[in-house]
Design a protein around this ligand. Structure first.
Ligand code: HMH
Length: 220
């Protein structure tokens, strides 16, 4: 008999927080076609700074992965690193398209806080089941968020479609589902205290995502 997976249990147990992370006013206003372009370029710059730290975090997932994960799972992780390289290039091309400079851009305190969380997850005291489930959570929030901007009744303006497709596409969803399976497989054999630690990080990630969207949507 198949049981509900651990990651699905977390989503149900933290549904209020989860919903606030994937239905942020920032995302809803893209979907409605009302997002102020200043907010988009602010998000763009801060997310670029975030993604540069996220590259180090993703590399740490590979470092922590046990040999037992198998070839397909290693391919998924390496595909993720490769996609991040393309993402860095995309951010830089967006900065040209939107006429906004990344040089000298400073991290907002919210970005700073989220990057600090990434660094602590990449640290030596964090085990693979904890970091692989954090990896899934971070990618899943962006997928679920941007996917709503691609629904048939969405009014997403054409100039924002590229961003929405980057994270909201079917391909990215498939990647997230693969990460979710990897997380659940790793968590299956984890002790109770590690499961609890992993769920606490899951909650912390959702809170950081809510703050990140709010920062992007706020008037200074
Ligand atoms: C803040 N969360 C944030 N930025 C991202 N680019 C992702 C998640 C997913 O890649």
């Amino acid at each position: 008999a198949s049981k509900t997976s651990i990651t699905s249990t977390w989503m149900h147990r933290n549904s209020e927080l989860y919903l606030s992370a994937i239905r942020a006013p920032f995302i809803l206003s893209i979907r409605e076609g009302t997002l102020d372009h200043r907010f988009y370029t602010r998000w763009l710059g801060q997310d670029y700074l975030f993604v540069k730290e996220f590259c180090r975090f993703a590399a740490s997932v590979v470092v922590k992965a046990p040999e037992s994960i198998g070839d397909e799972d290693l391919d998924i992780l390496m595909g993720g690193l490769s996609a991040l390289q393309a993402e860095l290039l995309w951010f830089r091309s967006q900065s040209v398209q939107w006429n906004t400079k990344f040089e000298g851009l400073l991290k907002h305190s919210v970005t700073e806080g989220y990057c600090r969380l990434l660094k602590s997850l990449a640290g030596p005291d964090i085990e693979y089941p904890v970091i692989i489930s954090a990896f899934w959570a971070i990618e899943m929030v962006y997928n679920e968020s941007f996917a709503t901007c691609l629904e048939t009744d969405a009014n997403t303006p054409p100039e924002l479609l590229e961003a929405c497709q980057r994270w909201g596409s079917k391909d990215f969803k498939t990647y997230c589902i693969c990460l979710k399976r990897m997380a659940d497989r790793a968590l299956q054999n984890a002790a109770q205290d590690m499961l609890q630690k992993a769920e606490e990080y899951f909650q912390e990630i959702l809170k950081q995502e809510v703050s990140f969207w709010s920062m992007s949507f706020d008037d200074d």
